[in-house]
Design a binder for this molecule. Structure first.
Ligand SMILES: NCc1ccc(-c2ccco2)nc1
Length: 329
């Protein structure tokens, strides 16, 4: 089996949302596919009304295939400070024509204010390793792990794009979606993430600096978060860039033309065009813009978020020895 689903950008490419059908008859919600976490959770009929502001909710009592997972609970918090928690059902989940039965669908009984404020986002679909799923007392498998036995190939791919819809595919690699060849690199999944080491980087047309960057491939994080030495080197190339403590990040005039940022993957390189690194205006005046490359200070590893991933076609190979494949596009 295979599946293919669109990934539509929201809020200046801050996140990418995909339609996911849950239950019988189908209830279709827009979920943020997140390779940085492993819980599939949704706004639901159990979410307090005051916390639901525009989201579509999953109602398990209206699904003939829903089953309460008795005594199961979940609770998750994310790097951006947002969080959610609740109860658990199992139900049929269909993504882009790929149907999987008895998937753990985590029903939100609490969501933090950041999620309430995001009217377009109805939940998250975790695609990291099931070892970091938060359901207790019995940890649950991700949609991908549940789908794996049925898939033609134990892979999914992320093809996110700048300012327009991209795609997630399950079970196959669309060789027409990228240029040249895929370069595969080793994954350390011991912490539950798709963690890899980039052997170097370059700013603009400069030479490759062999400072390695170890981080996670995370579709659920918007920006590229790297060591402060790398951040400093990048913004040093931009005359009017400055660290804005009120924004807790580097900003620059929105009219600035930005240098590209290149990250190495094995012996190949992915070039992030400068325009991808102008993330969004910080004020309604739109005079100063927030940089798409910021520090990973305090996290303990780097995060190759959407700013980095949307410059590539990325294969998440979930075979016996997981690996990541990158190609330019
Ligand atoms: N890295 C996972 C993730 C994705 C989306 C969010 C989010 C959206 C609106 C508020 O918070 N938070 C965390």
């Amino acid at each position: 089996a295979t599946g293919s689903v669109v990934a539509t950008p929201a809020q200046y490419d801050a996140e990418y949302l995909s339609p996911v059908s849950i239950g019988t008859p189908a209830q279709t919600l827009m979920l943020d596919f997140d390779t940085g976490s492993s819980d599939l959770w949704v706004f639901s009929s159990e979410t307090p009304k005051s916390s639901v502001q525009g989201q579509t909710v999953y109602n398990p009592s209206k699904s003939s295939t829903a089953k309460k997972l008795s005594g199961a609970t979940w609770k998750i918090s994310y790097g951006d400070g947002s969080s959610s928690s609740g109860s658990v059902y199992t139900d049929k989940v269909t993504i882009g024509g790929l149907s999987v039965s008895n998937v753990a669908v985590e029903s939100a009984q609490k969501v933090s204010r950041e999620f309430t404020a995001e009217a377009d986002l109805d939940g998250l679909l975790g695609l990291a390793f099931s070892s970091i799923n938060t359901v207790q007392p019995t940890q649950q498998k991700t949609f991908f792990d549940m789908a794996k036995p049925s898939l033609d190939s134990a892979v999914f791919t992320a093809d996110l794009k700048y300012g327009k819809a991209g795609k997630y595919n399950f079970g196959y690699i669309d060789d027409s979606a990228y240029n040249g060849s895929l370069t595969y690199t080793a994954v350390d999944s011991s912490n539950g993430w798709w963690m890899f080491t980039s052997p170097g980087y370059a700013v603009g047309s400069g030479t490759l600096d062999s400072t390695s960057i170890t981080g996670i491939a995370d579709t659920g994080t918007t920006l590229l978060l790297v060591p402060s030495s790398v951040v400093t080197t990048y913004y040093k190339q931009i005359r009017n860039a400055r660290y804005d403590s009120s924004q807790a990040g580097y900003v620059f005039p929105c009219s600035t033309s930005l240098p590209s940022f290149t990250y190495a993957v094995g012996n190949s390189q992915i070039v992030i065009p400068g325009k991808y690194i102008n993330f969004a205006p910080v004020d309604s005046a739109g005079s100063s813009c927030f940089g798409g490359i910021q520090s990973d200070e305090g996290i303990g590893f780097s995060i190759f978020g959407d700013v980095a991933l949307k410059a590539a076609f990325v294969v998440f190979d979930g075979s016996q020895s997981p690996r990541l494949g990158f190609a330019s596009k």
